[in-house]
Design a protein around this ligand. Structure first.
Ligand SMILES: [Ca+2]
Ligand SMILES: [Ca+2]
Ligand SMILES: [Ca+2]
Ligand SMILES: [Ca+2]
Length: 418
């Protein structure tokens, strides 16, 4: 068991983390928290969840913000053409609020087809209490200044909604990490590889869906603790009796939900990096098709706890990690009674008053560094030396930063850090 007394041992620990991660994912090194985590979603970007967020509105702790983003790495010059949400995908938040692994509520979000680049799509939001409302997406522009976020408030439920492109809030030096891993595998660990401090996601946009609801809407018998799981589903509406009624071309454009349609789960994501870093490659598709109930039944426990044990992560810290990903299934667990006054920008888990991941997840939380912190028995605090998003986050709902736009004449730096 590691007890980290100096930098050398800390570096050793990180090296071992890297070795384990690579050993378990031989064909795909760590990329994002969940971006392109398995072959089943890598070719389906509209349904490929990159990140999921759950946090108390720092301006009003009586409300919870839930967000899910998909299809990242949208370059500013393409934000007009790539700005639409897949109309045949259902974006779902599963809410667990009784203290077990079985979800108790769901919030579904679907989108109409895009009819023109300068027209919004219409999102339909179905809340757990049966209330449903519609909201326009935010239309994009190629101007140097972004269009303002369009936020729809639903007075009947107290909910607010936003969907559109934002700056990708995830930050991580993919290249530095993988170079470091390569040096470890070569037998010459080179921690200098982690000193680039270059955010692989800087300068790029992502498709963001954000919803704010009263916390009271999500509370259950577990009291202040809720679990949040993001999933995407596609309709399987290829029914035999449709073949003679309508042509293939017509059916392929049909996005209406009808009785008999079956929704197939494409991706799921709660705790960052579980599928990308820990689940072995041959089981990544299986993980995305599984549920938190499967997790709690131990289906992937060996894949998650085993490497941690091998690394010397002690039982207390394994317990912290397993409490969000194994014991009662993989959920972002958020304590609704823990006051939150920040989106986490620039904070570390060692920052006094830190209230972020693994308590839910705020847009600014340095999740990769937090995971390394617990894996190393709370000894490693430097992580990948990318310590915050490349642009400031928002101060009001949806709390994410505006999309990165094509730069104005004379602006040289587009923020990308490859
Ligand atoms: Ca994914
Ligand atoms: Ca439950
Ligand atoms: Ca960013
Ligand atoms: Ca970091």
């Amino acid at each position: 068991m590691f007890r980290f007394m100096n930098n050398k041992r800390a570096i050793l620990a990180m090296a071992l983390v890297a070795v384990i991660a690579v050993a378990l994912t031989p064909a795909r090194p760590v990329t994002a928290a969940d971006h392109a985590d398995s072959t089943s979603v890598a070719g389906d970007p509209g349904a490929d969840i990159a990140d999921v967020f759950a946090f108390l509105d720092p301006n009003d702790n009586s409300k919870v913000v839930l967000a899910i983003d998909v299809e990242g790495f949208v370059v500013p010059s393409e934000l007009l053409n790539l700005s639409f949400f897949a109309p045949e995908v259902t974006y779902r938040f599963e809410i667990e609020n009784t203290g077990d692994a079985r979800p108790d509520q769901r919030i579904d979000i679907t989108f109409s087809e895009q009819t023109a680049r300068n027209q919004p799509q219409t999102a339909t939001i179905k809340l757990p209490n049966g209330r449903r409302f519609t909201a326009p997406t935010t239309v994009q522009t190629l101007n140097a200044a972004p269009n303002p976020f369009v936020v729809t408030n639903d007075p009947a439920s107290g909910a607010s909604f936003f969907a559109g492109l934002t700056d990708d809030p995830f930050y991580f030096d993919i290249v530095g990490f993988n170079r470091f891993v390569a040096s470890v595998l070569a037998g010459m660990p080179n921690p200098a590889a982690l000193t680039r401090g270059r955010d692989s996601f800087a300068g790029y946009n992502i498709h963001m869906i954000a919803l704010e609801v009263p916390a009271s809407m999500l509370r259950g018998s577990a009291g202040n603790i809720i679990g949040v799981n993001g999933i995407t589903l596609r309709k399987n509406n290829r029914r035999d009796n449709d073949d003679e009624r309508s042509g293939i071309e017509e059916r392929s454009r049909d996005t209406k939900e009808r009785p008999g349609d079956k929704l197939i789960q494409v991706d799921r994501m709660a705790t960052p990096a579980v599928n990308t870093a820990l689940i072995p490659f041959p089981r990544k598709n299986e993980y995305n098709a599984s549920t938190p109930v499967d997790d709690a039944a131990g289906r992937f426990a060996g894949d998650i706890v085993g490497p941690l044990t091998a690394l010397g992560t002690n039982s207390a810290n394994i317990g912290i990690l397993a409490s969000v990903a194994v014991a009662n299934g993989d959920y972002l667990r958020l304590n609704l009674a823990t006051p939150n006054t920040s989106v986490g920008f620039g904070e570390r888990i060692t920052t006094p008053g830190y209230t972020g991941f693994p308590n839910g997840r705020r847009p600014g939380d340095d999740t990769i560094d937090v995971l390394l912190y617990f894996i190393s028995n709370q000894a490693l605090t430097t992580g990948d030396n990318v310590n915050s998003n490349d642009v400031p986050l928002g101060s009001a709902f949806p709390f994410f930063a505006p999309p990165q736009q094509p730069r104005a004449t004379g602006v040289i730096d587009d923020n990308t850090r490859n």
